[in-house]
Design a protein around this ligand. Structure first.
Ligand code: URA
Length: 239
């Protein structure tokens, strides 16, 4: 890859600004000053420094975010703050996008990546990757409601949901439960409960495939996934 292209991809400014940086002797590749932007480098093998600081380039980035309320799961929006707006520049330069959607008022595990293949795999209905939601509802469910939610409930557009699991989190408060679904229709969880005459009052995604939301992440914060975590997501088509 041409060194000027690499630097502008990495957020070191426009082509013009990168040219200036090169002219100033700000770039070394394997300890050699490079002033010509046309020089080719291999970002995965060459040692690149900018004004004496090592820079690392990775083709893909994978972030686990605890999405707060009021933020939308999109890359840009004219009125609302997006999950991408919460990223540090060092991460935003990789142009990650949210995998799947969470509603503006839903909190919890939002995965962001620029790896389209993994994103597709995790959202494809064929792969049936489980997502676990903590759901707070406003009324108790009766046995029949529980049965239809688990076996398949007919949504407002006639769609019948795939089998789900439903587990109360504690025995004393049966308005809070974990719902596991392997598909992601628009507003699916809210519509499932609406279909049995109930209402979701708070919704948080806690798990995607094998990965649980890191409890140390405060709302609005995020961290990179480890290599093992990324591997586990690739293996997440569990059915
Ligand atoms: N289901 C919903 O209804 N909303 C979400 O944000 C996610 C799943």
């Amino acid at each position: 890859m041409r060194v000027d292209k690499l630097l502008s991809n990495m957020g070191y400014g426009s082509r013009k600004e990168v040219k200036k940086l090169l002219k100033q002797g700000g770039l070394t590749v394997n300890e050699k000053v490079i002033k010509d932007g046309k020089v080719h480098v291999n970002p995965e093998e060459d040692h690149i420094e900018i004004f004496g600081e090592s820079v690392s380039y990775k083709p893909f980035i994978y972030l686990m975010m605890n999405k707060p309320k009021g933020v939308i799961s999109a890359t840009e929006d004219t009125t609302d703050m997006t999950v991408v707006d919460l990223l540090e520049t060092d991460d935003a330069i990789y142009e990650p996008f949210p995998v799947g959607r969470l509603d503006k008022d839903t909190t919890g595990f939002m995965l962001l990546t620029n790896d389209g293949k993994l994103a597709h795999q995790l959202t494809s209905p064929k792969k049936k990757v489980d997502k676990v939601y903590r759901v707070h509802i406003d009324q108790l469910l009766n046995e029949e409601d529980e049965r239809v939610l688990k076996e398949g409930v007919t949504l407002d557009d006639g769609y019948i949901t795939k089998p789900a699991t439903l587990q109360y989190i504690t025995d004393d408060d049966k308005t809070v439960l974990h719902l596991t679904i392997s598909e992601g229709k628009f507003h699916q969880v809210k519509r499932m409960f609406k279909a049995v005459g109930n209402k979701v009052v708070a919704l948080k995604r806690e798990k995607i495939g094998p990965l649980s939301l890191d409890p140390s992440l405060e709302p609005g914060s995020y961290r990179e996934l480890t290599e093992d975590e990324v591997d586990s997501l690739w293996k997440a088509n569990n059915k």
